[in-house]
Write a protein that binds this ligand. Sequence first.
Ligand SMILES: NC(=O)c1ccc[n+]([C@@H]2O[C@H](COP(=O)([O-])OP(=O)(O)OC[C@H]3O[C@@H](n4cnc5c(N)ncnc54)[C@H](OP(=O)(O)O)[C@@H]3O)[C@@H](O)[C@H]2O)c1
Length: 290
Amino acid sequence: MDRTRTALVTGATSGLGRHTAGLLAATPGWRVLLGARDVDAGLRLAGGLGPSTGVVPLDLADLGSVRAAAAAAAGHAPIDALLLVAGLQSTRADRTSADGFELTFAVNHLGHFLLTQELLPHLAPGARVVVVSSGTHFGTFRQSGPFPGPRWADPRELARPRVESGARAYATSKLANVYFGRELARRHPELSVAVYDPGLMPVTGLARAYPAPARALYAALAPLVTRLPFAQEPAQAAAQLAALVTGPAGRSGRYVERDREAPSSPESTDPDRARELWEVSAELVGVPAR
Ligand SMILES: NC(=O)c1ccc[n+]([C@@H]2O[C@H](COP(=O)([O-])OP(=O)(O)OC[C@H]3O[C@@H](n4cnc5c(N)ncnc54)[C@H](OP(=O)(O)O)[C@@H]3O)[C@@H](O)[C@H]2O)c1
């Protein structure tokens, strides 16, 4: 490798993002920009990981912060890998981002959409982009158990706060992640895009918005649940995710379930929805639909 490669990881201060950032920072030839909404946590993490890291303040629930983060990351261009790991699971769908969008859709999709758009001119040719989705986008018992499935609608509707369960809004945002990854691969053949599903990781911070008794029960069951075939430790998932960036480039636009390419849900393969989501997202965040 002729130069140090740079990766930007969103959601780097917890769970999957934290483990992945640690692995990449320890990989010779790589430096990692830690996307962190809690800058102190980012700085503490960077201090522990060593000199091959930097911190980029990033609140995906605030488009102004996303633009500033992209500008800061662009100062380290070319960016060789963009890992869109940050995610939010809420108990409701009536909370809003700084810009008035439904919070889950804003953080899990719109913020990442804008970050990617702003960084497109600063990505190295062949740059890896990994969008972290979830099996909940299937909405089937086999893939996501009793978790409610997505309910797709006009993306302008999805961006509006509404009365709906936060879990359903989460599954819908994870379906948006698949459409986004596919459309990014289609529009930008110069990139290598993967949509990654880590499976269930019960020991991350994703359930933090749930009521204390539910969290306590989940935490108590976590060691058992982690042993189920569809679950894994975040450290295992992080190794799979990091390999999507440091290993051989696969087919752009593929869906990767844990350690292997797999079909995403039939619903997620609709190219018209993917195109519409892209165009409406561009309109909502105020960028040209390129
Ligand atoms: N856990 C699972 O079972 C599971 C299964 C399938 C897919 N996933 C996906 O895996 C990804 C990582 O989740 P995780 O399980 O590791 O959960 P986690 O521990 O809660 O990590 C989520 C990360 O997202 C960050 N984040 C949340 N809101 C943000 C915002 N407004 N701006 C910037 N960053 C924000 C959090 O920041 P802070 O550190 O500041 O809180 C945290 O670093 C998510 O995309 C999730 O959908 C998880």
